[in-house]
Design a protein around this ligand. Structure first.
Ligand SMILES: [Zn+2]
Length: 96
């Protein structure tokens, strides 16, 4: 289709809008526009469903009492992962 480029721009906007959509921080008129896009754009619909499931999971996890140390562990392991990948980068440079 000729309008493909526009379609892609619509998708970018739709994907950005999904977050607002899910947070209910979007005016009704805009919600309808996003909903219409999701109705005939499967990739965006999939992204929307993924985000909404993710949000539901996070919301249900937050309702349960997540122990503070679990947050800490997740945070630490993410940090370690970041640091390790940085160190790896340095190592591979020095290895030459
Ligand atoms: Zn789309």
């Amino acid at each position: 289709m000729i309008g493909d480029a526009d379609g892609e721009r619509d998708c970018e906007e739709a994907l950005r809008a999904i977050y607002l959509f899910l947070d209910h921080e979007m005016p009704m008129a805009d919600r309808e526009k996003v909903q219409m896009h999701l109705d005939d754009c499967f990739p965006c619909l999939e992204a929307y469903e993924f985000e909404s499931e993710l949000k539901a999971v996070i919301a249900s996890k937050c309702k349960e009492d997540v122990p503070e140390h679990l947050y800490e562990r997740v945070r630490m392991s993410l940090q370690i992962e970041l640091e390790t990948s940085e160190i790896d980068g340095e190592k591979s440079e020095k290895a030459e």
